[in-house]
Design a protein around this ligand. Structure first.
Ligand code: FA5
Length: 342
């Protein structure tokens, strides 16, 4: 009987080596291990043995049964594309796609802007988002009780100085970097400082409470409005790669004199009016001006020797116009359907 069991085992293992599909595997399983299968029938004969012979053949039969079942499981796993415990990998299976991250549209345009400004000799700076009242307003020619503070709705942090005044704010604009840069690097100076700013704002298609700006500053001898307009044109042409209609109007900011506003024709509606441009056809994008002498002094730069211009690009709005995004609220929404388009 021992020989018979060994013979059946050999036949089963040989047959399993040739299995090509699950249907055939199931047939074999039935043929050998089913109720009327060859191996099952052979085991039944064990009952006719007695004593030592029954013990000996019984233990061999158990061993063979385990081997056969193991081989059946392995064969089934291979056919179903699973790996066995030894780490078998079927290299012919198609690979699994690994999701890759990508850059946010703001970062993409920021890199383009950095390329444009690098060519004009500007360096890139960073400033703190939690800013002192001094750098955010005071050093920009906006004293504590000046009504110009109301132009920017501000998130104050619950922290007061010895005079009992709130002295820490989430920066409302990137302009504090102007004075920080002058104090650190002196004149002459060319820099841009992109970054996040915060305002207690009523939200709509073109206003967010958290958005990006990019400050620009150039200080040297004999800098004039001509230099400012030339740099602004370079910026607009570089980003849009085509002619975009612009208009310049006077603007008021306590830290520049004179101040201007450069608007671009809305690229979403082409100027006919839509929610992104508050139905005016124009988008306020680039306020700028000649740095006020008081601000130069706060930065330790002599206004009798140096002059300079500064601008505060509405960065998030520029990205909207660049990609034709009709609603600013998409940027902070975290909605992958939006983000995955870039
Ligand atoms: C300023 O923040 C000045 N610091 C800009 C400046 C710098 C002027 C240097 C002169 C010299 P304003 O508050 O206008 O200015 O904001 C600048 C730009 O930010 C706007 O033109 C607009 O494009 C964008 N902006 C303003 N508020 C919002 C908002 N709530 N959501 C999205 N973009 C905004």
């Amino acid at each position: 009987m021992k020989e018979q069991l060994i013979e059946i085992k050999k036949n089963i293992l040989d047959a399993l080596n040739d299995v090509k599909d699950l249907a055939f595997l199931e047939k074999l399983e039935k043929k050998y291990l089913g109720r009327k299968g060859e191996f099952t029938q052979a085991l039944r004969k064990l009952a006719q043995l007695s004593g030592e012979a029954k013990k000996e053949v019984g233990s061999l039969a158990n061993e063979i049964k385990k081997d056969i079942e193991k081989k059946f499981v392995e064969t089934r796993n291979n056919l179903e594309g699973k790996t066995d415990k030894k780490g078998f990998i079927d290299v012919t299976l198609p690979g699994e796609k690994i999701e890759r991250g990508h850059l946010h549209p703001i970062t993409l345009v920021q890199r383009e802007l950095e390329d444009i400004f690098k060519k004009m000799g500007f360096m890139f700076l960073d400033g703190p988002e939690l800013e002192s009242d001094y750098f955010c307003f005071e050093a920009l020619n906006i004293p504590y009780h000046h009504p110009a503070r109301d132009m920017q709705d501000t998130f104050y942090i619950d922290h007061k100085n010895e005079k009992g005044e709130f002295d820490l704010v989430m920066r409302t604009h990137t302009s504090p970097v102007q004075v920080r840069a002058m104090l650190k690097y002196g004149a002459p100076l060319r820099c841009i400082a992109p970054g996040r700013v915060y305002r207690c704002e009523a939200i709509d298609a073109c206003h967010e409470h958290t958005f990006d700006q990019m400050e620009g500053l150039m200080i040297d001898k004999n800098i004039s409005l001509d230099n400012l307009i030339a740099v602004m044109k370079e910026l607009i042409n570089g980003i849009f790669g085509r002619k975009i209609e612009t208009r310049v109007r006077p603007g008021y900011f306590p830290f520049v004199e004179p101040g201007i506003e450069l608007d671009i024709k809305c690229t979403i509606c082409g100027g006919t009016g839509c929610p992104s441009c508050k139905h005016s056809g124009w988008l306020e994008l680039l306020p700028a001006g000649m740095v006020h002498p008081n601000v130069l002094k706060y930065g330790g730069v002599d206004p009798n020797v140096y002059s300079g211009f500064a601008f505060g690009l509405g960065f998030t709005r520029l990205v909207m116009m660049r990609y034709g995004i009709g609603d600013i609220r998409f940027f902070n929404s975290g909605d992958l359907r939006f983000l995955e388009q870039f």
